[in-house]
Design a protein around this ligand. Sequence first.
Ligand code: FRU
Length: 493
Amino acid sequence: MKKWVFINWVLALGLSTAAQDSSKKNSDSVYRPLIHFTPSTGWMNDPNGMVFYKGTYHVFYQHNPNASVWGPMHWGHATSSDLIDWKHQPIALYPDSLGTIFSGSAVVDHKNSSGLGTADNPPLVAIFTYHNQALADQKKKNFQTQGIAYSLDNGVTWKKYEKNPVIQNPGIPDFRDPKVTWLEDQQKWVMALAVQDRIYFYGSKNLLQWEYLSQFGKTNGAHGGVWECPDLFPMEFENKTYWVLIVNINPGGPNGGSATQYFIGNFDGREFKPFTAEVRWLDFGPDEYAGVSWFNTSQRRIFIGWMSNWSYANVVPTETWRSALTIPRELSLVKVKDVLLLKSLPVKELSSLIESQTKEIDNQKNPFRVQLTAQANADFSVEIFNDQKEKIILGYDKKQNQFYIDRTNSGKTKFYSEFGKIHTAPRISNDNLIQLDIWVDRTSVELFADEGLTVMTSIFFPNQSMNKIKFNGKWPKDKSPVITSLKSSQNTK
Ligand code: FRU
């Protein structure tokens, strides 16, 4: 008798946890983006190791497969032929005795400089940070080192290098996120590494032995937090080569918490020298972080970020999975009043998602895009809302000459006291006309103003589908705002 009571109790418990699980899954599925990459289950933060090889874009990502909060980091993996439809792949890198696997990059070692492959079958090499929590718990300072892994089957399986780590820690607690690029003219690899609130550069001929070159950042940029996830790459503009250095920072972003800043200057193979000491932001919104670019995409520079903020990423209202990546963006240089700046726009591949112009929206059913042109001499806004008066407002404030995204009453906001706020970004362009290109998915808006000069990314969690839209402002003749409905991408769950 007792036994049966026990069995019934266990059964009831099992059923109720199953019921809870399925209700979690249901509530989570309404928040799962339709055109943004998300992990199938568990936690994701930074995109890592983005590399293009033999027609395939690889993205790896900081992943805790065992819980939907940050924890022991693995490299999750997904592939795509077009940057739109992503296919989940088995986990690429697991923690080992040297530590868990923090952020880093991947390269194609075309000339087999490392000797880890052959001339005919050059290796893909991933360069990442080992984080040793046991050493950190013992209050040791040297708990982060750099390691490598390689793949000889086009990125399908990965093997750790047996002599890891390749860079030992010199006694500095924040020592991480190696981003490696190839310098064709000097025939060497260069690594940008985030070290507290500086960038250290290292050089190597073979990806195995690294030499310290220089450091950057003492008197440049924003220093409100620790520097993380750098990226260094050349860009052509008016037949000249310039160097862009991306530096993510947390906290200390323009709207609080995490954000991506950048510098433009020269790099001679040893030292980076910026043209100005000013702080520039690649995305002013609260929800683009740890963004870096793909390796091996020829003249294109394709960027993707994590669409969240460390201030609240662990408590956003999804339970079975957490976080998405931004839409991929293409970076280019532009001059505004003789000042060289970086702009970013959605990659052209996204146009394959375009369905048709529409007047109706429903962010639960269809992602959509809003494009508008307005005079810069007056305020204007776009309100996306639902019957519960939950709304997200994007607009321009003429007096302050700034754009804003207001998510004060956007639905669930209480999980973090500062979530329900208005975020702002300066207008950088001087044109008389303002152009906005806004990409709206179930839980995100990405605003590209003035051809990508000012960008803002923001996430939100409405209690009900946002199915109404209102435009406030005067539009130039023949230029009323356009709404385009988008297809969902095939981001397998
Ligand atoms: C940035 C970051 C990196 C680190 C990783 C750990 O978001 O803190 O500096 O490598 O996340 O998951």
